[in-house]
Design a protein around this ligand. Sequence first.
Ligand code: SAH
Length: 398
Amino acid sequence: MVKELTGSLGGSEQRLVVGDRGAARARSGHPWIYRSDIADAGGETGDVVAVFDRRGGFLGRAFYNPDSEISLRIAERRDEAINESWFRSRIEGALAYRDSLTIDGDAHRILHAEADGVPGLVVDRYGDHLVVQIGSAAVERRLGWIMDSLYELLSPAGVLLRGDSASRRREGLEMGVRVLSGEVPETVLVREGPVRYEADLWRGQKTGGFLDQRENHLAAGRYARGSVLDVFSYTGGFALHAARIAGEVEAVDSSGPALEAARHNAEINGLQNITFTRARAFDLLRERSDVGEGFETVILDPPAFAKARRDLPRARRAYKEINLRAMKLLNPGAILITCSCSYHLSRELFEETLRSAAADAGRTMRVREWRGQAADHPEVLTIPETRYLKCAVLERVP
Ligand code: SAH
């Protein structure tokens, strides 16, 4: 006998039963339930549904999309309605958490989807502007409530919807970038610690910048010294911080527009010690390490080489290759800051890959620090997917 739910909206709520595997997963604290784990479906794309196990045990309320591989995203485990005030209190909770952090800058994540209890919703702040990403049909349908809360709590100058992410395509949501409210300029000048940079909210990667690297950028502004090579530089995330304390910085990227933006950011910060090289990282690292050129600091921040689990073997070879080359480029005592944002490459596998690179490069590397994504991109213990960015700070032992 299913007990009466008090949080249902007017009794017309759809109910859905999941099989034992889905139920076990839900009870492990994970919000996702796959299509194949649904035993008895009810409801339509974009509904909030009440989810039960086979014995009628209530598992929570979830965002439903039968067209998506991840058909259910549990948003609330208690018997509470997912209404306007629910969204508001989740956003308030996310803001309270950010207030508890010392975020040195005005561009940061305000709400990190599942990790802040709202599956499929990302909200980033760039100064007075907000960028929203939605990867769930149910969230999209309730966007009006979300916007009302964001305006009441933050009164932004403008809000942009970046509807061009792969997760949207998987959910079958309309692709495109558009202003939801107010005005959103082409670029917004923001601060990250002592550095200022222009973020392209419309066309830039992610929502305009690598906010998850903010704390690692700041760390680079402490570790860097001497001649610096920043590979996969994009608009200068690491290079700008390094250039403030180091000698000469060479920023390398395969994208001309990214390097143009990096050059512009260097100007904004009055930094004249950065040069910009457009090259393919693998070629450049191979050529440089063959001649054994010496650097005091090397930074590697490649795009995710493993976008899916099946990419892992190839990705590991690629990570090993760039790290081996980078280690060969280090002078004795030099620093390597090396990152991986591939979720599928675990911290342990990344460490194993670095170990093998160090062995083959014939370098003894001391671990100075293991770092992760910035704290405004929280990790939730029961949702392993929320931990994805790894950043090792290594030192070549003289
Ligand atoms: N380090 C940056 C973010 C890097 S994003 C920051 O902290 O802000 C990854 C970058 O790698 C992108 O700018 C992309 O243009 C570049 N890239 C991708 N493949 C590349 C390749 N084979 N060679 C050089 N750059 C590459």
